[in-house]
Design a binder for this molecule. Structure first.
Ligand SMILES: [Fe+2]
Length: 229
């Protein structure tokens, strides 16, 4: 499987446009799944184009949670390709209306659900707000994609059974104390995670801490990052 980060505010690439938010594309070899849509559709679509991913390749869209920096690109995406199935914990009424009007199938999910073979949702965590992660089954172990990790990145990672290979996405530690950042790093270590590639709302202090803590097991998870798993 191949995971490509197509939208992110954490950006070291010159050819791609960084903006606040998160989106990734999972290519299973048979199907393409879009996980979140960033905050702006025109940036999402332009980045996908530059990364050689056509919106028409996408058959499924999974939304981590109903925040603008994850759903902001959805309407523009659907105006290009409405022939998708959407899995979201909840969505703005307008977005649901527009998606269904365009012909998309919308599932407001709570329990874990298989999206395509080898790719499933974590099930929705409800505190402090409804959010889900995406779990990929790979030959190296489970890969966990997070949107913002409001329920805690360790909780989302533990939703995937061991072995746990890689977690990438927002870790939501940008307003966290040094103690909370350390606890998250130690929690991921205890969960047996092999590789971490934090981005989006992880925050500079946490990124630096994780870089030192995980050393060679810390990977760039920003815009344009590609993981062959
Ligand atoms: Fe976010």
């Amino acid at each position: 499987m191949k995971v490509t980060i197509v939208f992110n505010n954490f950006n070291l690439s010159r050819d791609l446009a960084g903006a606040w938010g998160m989106a990734a594309v999972v290519d299973t070899g048979a199907e393409h799944v879009l996980f979140d849509t960033g905050s702006r559709g025109e940036i999402l679509l332009e980045n996908m184009k530059r990364l050689d991913i056509s919106p028409f390749q996408i058959s499924k869209v999974v939304i981590s949670h109903n925040h603008w920096d994850h759903t902001g690109g959805l309407a523009d995406f659907l105006s290009v390709n409405p022939a998708v199935t959407i899995y979201a914990p909840e969505l703005d009424h307008d977005l649901v209306f527009r998606a269904q009007g365009g012909g998309a199938e919308v599932f407001l999910v709570r329990e874990p659900v298989q999206v395509v073979p080898g790719v499933r949702t974590s099930g929705v965590f409800v505190h402090p707000l409804p959010e889900q992660a995406l779990i990929l089954e790979t030959s190296s172990g489970h890969v966990i994609l997070t949107g913002c990790s409001h329920p805690g990145v360790v909780n989302l990672v533990l939703a995937a059974p061991a072995p746990r290979y890689l977690v990438t996405g927002g870790f939501h530690l940008f307003r966290s104390s040094p103690e909370a950042i350390r606890a998250a790093a130690e929690g991921l270590e205890e969960a047996g995670i092999e590789l971490v590639a934090p981005s989006h709302c992880t925050g500079e202090a946490a990124l630096e801490y994780f870089r030192r803590f995980f050393d060679r097991r810390f990977l760039y998870g920003g815009l344009g990052a590609v993981f062959e798993v």
